[in-house]
Design a protein around this ligand. Structure first.
Ligand SMILES: [Zn+2]
Length: 362
């Protein structure tokens, strides 16, 4: 990537996602300047912040599209089908699956993900090697690796749920992470609300799902300032229901958007946004914020990622405004949220590099 790159066109910029014509100067991987005059540029189009996927499991990329079955049979540790497949998979197969998923995330505009990573220290180190700074990696202890071992390498812990771990061990793990200033994420309220009270009591960095949370649970999470990563497409696919997104917003919760297990969903935030805006919120700005800035805030990275502002990381996507899909749009932000597809993305910029979408005709 050149030391300096100028990207111009219609910008969706700032923490309020204003839409204006202008340019972005990228220097050394950061947004150096945002301006609104007409300038010569290297790349032009609809310029948006890259997505922050607030919840993934990239390790199960080796087990895509298994038969539909009850959630516990599919994913509950230690013997859900996913875990049996992972135990039987060769390390090279798992690595290859993750590598393909990371490339797919870049092609669909995701600049950063928060991943719940299995397989102890080895699992964390593999993803760190493959994703570099593009993932917040939340690991898990194994029989061989203690929580302390995992926290040595991971950004925090990604816990399967309060019903899966003895209470004392759960609170001790969370304390160890907090003592090291690391993040704790935990699934809660996915299949039912039986694990919600304990998860709230734990005061984690964030909760995942809360599909079956009551209004009281949501207000409690709001009062405690605990954000939630929601994964509506995953909830529908696993048959557990739909998350109460409007009630979550009314309770003042900070919401990130996630695509959850790669075995269930392609990690495509464009698809997730379309679903959330059309089926749940009818609010495109809120949906985009969940997929970008609020996901970054949920991970404590709101000052670095999730919006186009000088000083932030230059994680950007550029879309072709004149594609057959996007031309004649009356509102490019709404079109990004409701209809944009990966083939509308012409360029992806992240970590000081620029990728051109090789599948597009120039
Ligand atoms: Zn999950």
């Amino acid at each position: 990537m050149p030391v300096e790159l100028i990207v111009s066109g219609t910008l969706i910029h700032g923490d309020d996602f204003e839409v204006s014509d202008g340019y972005v100067v990228v220097r050394d991987g950061r947004i150096h300047e945002v301006g609104f005059e007409r300038v010569a540029s290297d790349v032009s189009g609809l310029v948006c912040p890259a997505f922050v996927n607030a919840h993934t499991h990239v390790g199960d990329s080796v087990a895509k599209d298994l038969p539909y079955m009850p959630l516990d049979d599919l994913v509950r540790p230690p013997d859900g089908l996913k875990h049996r497949i992972l135990r039987a998979a060769l390390p090279e197969e798992i690595a290859e699956g993750i590598r393909s998923t990371l490339a797919d995330m870049a092609a669909t505009g995701t600049g950063h993900c928060a991943d719940f990573r299995e397989n102890g220290v080895q699992g964390v180190r593999l993803l760190r090697e493959l994703a570099g700074g593009r993932a917040t990696i939340l690991g898990r202890a194994t029989e061989a690796d203690t929580v302390e071992d995992v926290l040595e390498y991971a950004d925090g812990l990604g816990l399967s749920g309060a019903n899966d771990i003895p209470r004392d061990a759960l609170f001790s793990m969370a304390q160890k992470a907090t003592d090291r200033r690391k993040i704790v994420g935990i699934h809660a309220g996915e299949l039912n609300r039986s694990d919600v009270d304990t998860a709230l009591e734990l005061k984690p960095g964030f909760l995942v799902h809360m599909t079956h949370a009551t209004g009281h649970d949501l207000r409690r999470a709001g009062d405690l300032g605990i954000p939630v990563a929601v994964c509506p497409r995953s909830n529908v696919a696993t048959g557990v229901g739909v998350p109460p997104l409007k009630e979550m917003i009314a309770a003042g919760l900070l919401l990130g958007l996630g695509t959850d297990n790669v075995m269930i969903n392609a990690p495509d935030m464009l698809a997730e946004m379309e679903w959330v805006s059309k089926a749940f919120l009818h609010d495109d700005v809120r949906t985009l914020r969940m997929a970008t800035l609020d996901g970054a805030r949920l991970l404590g990275m709101g000052d670095r990622k999730g919006s186009i502002r000088a000083g932030k990381d230059a994680d950007l996507i550029v879309l072709d405004k004149s594609s057959n899909n996007l031309r004649c749009s009356k509102n490019l932000l709404s079109s990004l949220v409701r209809r944009a597809r990966p083939d509308d993305i012409s360029h992806f910029i992240s970590g000081g590099r620029i990728w051109q979408n090789s599948s597009r005709k120039s």
